[in-house]
Design a protein around this ligand. Structure first.
Ligand SMILES: [Zn+2]
Length: 356
C-alpha cells in the first residue's frame, strides 16, 4: 500500500493523462493481469471479489481495451509485429474452483478469453479447492487456455539441503515437464507457458525452461514487450491490494520501458545484501522524459544516478524486506502515461528461507 501511495502521489503531481497510446507504435506492449481467487470468502491478499472483478472487466470494455488470447499476444510479441494499442491478457494462477464459479460466467458474458495456470498434483489432491479436470475441459472449450504452474506449487529456486545441481535439475524437470504432460494428456497439447509459483525464478531455472521450450511468466509488474526476457515475462498483479481500479488504470495505460540489460538478473540476493543496487540499461529514450525517471522501493522514492547516457542505477535508502519485494521504476511518456519497469528481489533469512 505504501508503494501505491508513493506512486500515486508522483502521478498526481505530473498531470497524468490516459492518452498513452500515441506511443504504442514505438513502444508496443501487452498488459497481462494476474489474478488468483475471485471470491468474497478467500484470503484478501490473493482475492478479488466478484463485484470488483466485474468492475475491472467493465473498465476494460468501457475504455476499449482489446482482451486477447495469451497465444495471440505471444505471437505478436515474438514476431515483433505491431501490437494493437490497449492489448490486455487476463490470467489466473492456481486454478481455484471460485474461478469456475464466479469469474468464468462474467468472462463469458464479456466474451473475454483468459488463461489459467494450474498445478496438476494439487488439483487432484484437493478437489474441493481447485477446478477439476472436467471443469478445466469445460472452460477450455469455452475460450480459456489451460497452462502450467508446476506440479506442486513449490518454491522451485530454493535448494534442498545437500541437493546437487543434477538432483535439483531432475526435481525441476519432474515439477515442470511432468505437469505439462499431465495437462496435455487431459486437454490435448497446450502451449508451453509456465507461471513460476510465487513468481520466483532464477537464471538457472530460466535456462532450464528455455532448454525445454517454455516461456516463463513472473509476478513483477510492467508491460510484456520485445524487451521482456522470454523466461521472465512481467505481469501486473490485479487482486488483493492491487485490485484498486484507480491504480490499475495507471498500469493498464503504462508503456514498456525499453530495457536491454539489468542487474541483479537473479532476484535471489544474499541475506546480507540489505540494499542491493539495481542497474538498468535502456536501448532508447525517445519520447521518454528520463529527467523525471524515478524508482520506488516500498514508500521510498529513489532518484536515479545516471552511470552513462543510457544506464542508471538506484540503491534503496532502507533495508529491503525479507522475502519477495520489487523495485519499480517509472518515467513519464511525452505523450502521457508512464514507461514502467520492475525488478524482482528475494531476500532470504539467515537460514535461506522466506515467507510464502
Ligand atoms: Zn500460484
Amino acid at each position: 500500500m505504501k508503494l501505491i501511495t508513493g506512486l500515486l502521489a508522483l502521478i498526481a503531481l505530473s498531470s497524468f493523462t490516459v492518452d498513452a497510446m500515441a506511443s504504442n507504435d514505438y513502444y508496443p506492449g501487452v498488459h497481462i493481469l494476474q489474478y488468483h481467487h475471485v471470491s468474497d470468502s478467500t484470503p484478501a491478499v490473493t482475492s478479488i471479489t466478484p463485484e470488483q472483478f466485474e468492475q475491472h472487466l467493465k473498465y476494460l470494455k468501457d475504455n476499449n481495451f482489446n482482451v486477447v488470447d495469451i497465444e495471440q499476444a505471444a505471437t505478436w510479441v515474438d514476431e515483433g509485429a505491431s501490437i494493437p494499442a490497449k492489448t490486455v491478457v487476463i490470467t489466473f494462477d492456481d486454478g481455484y474452483d471460485n474461478v469456475f464459479e464466479n469469474a468464468h460466467p462474467i468472462l463469458t458474458e464479456y466474451n473475454y478469453p483468459y488463461a489459467v495456470f494450474v498445478n496438476p498434483d494439487l488439483l487432484e489432491a484437493h478437489p474441493s479447492a481447485y477446478m477439476s479436470w472436467q471443469e478445466l475441459k469445460t472452460i477450455d472449450a469455452e475460450g480459456a487456455t489451460i497452462v502450467n504452474h508446476g506440479q506442486t506449487h513449490a518454491h522451485l529456486i530454493r535448494r534442498k539441503d545437500n541437493e546437487s545441481e543434477a538432483q535439483w535439475q531432475a526435481r525441476m524437470k519432474q515439477d515442470v515437464v511432468s505437469a505439462q504432460q499431465a495437462i496435455d494428456t487431459q486437454l490435448g497439447e497446450q502451449p508451453k507457458y509456465f507461471a513460476y509459483p510465487y513468481g520466483e525464478y532464477s537464471p538457472a531455472l530460466e535456462k532450464l525452461l528455455k532448454d525445454w521450450g517454455f516461456k516463463g511468466f513472473a509476478q513483477h509488474s510492467g508491460a510484456w514487450s520485445q524487451w521482456s526476457p522470454t523466461t521472465a515475462i512481467p505481469r501486473f498483479p490485479a487482486s488483493g491490494r492491487y485490485a484498486n481500479l484507480e491504480t490499475l488504470a495507471v498500469k493498464l495505460n503504462s508503456l514498456p520501458m525499453p530495457v536491454t540489460h539489468y542487474t541483479p538478473a537473479d532476484p535471489l540476493v544474499s541475506h546480507s545484501e540489505t540494499r542491493p543496487t539495481v542497474t538498468v540499461e535502456l536501448s532508447k529514450k525517445e519520447g521518454m522524459n528520463t529527467n523525471a525517471l524515478r524508482c520506488f522501493a516500498g514508500s521510498d522514492v529513489l532518484e536515479p544516478h545516471w552511470d552513462s547516457e543510457m544506464q542508471f542505477s538506484v540503491t534503496p535508502k532502507n533495508d529491503i524486506p525479507m522475502g519477495r519485494s520489487r523495485i519499480n521504476c517509472t518515467a513519464p511518456s511525452t505523450s502521457g502515461g508512464y514507461h514502467w519497469f520492475s525488478v524482482a528481489l528475494i531476500r532470504p533469512d539467515s537460514q535461506g528461507n522466506w515467507p510464502d
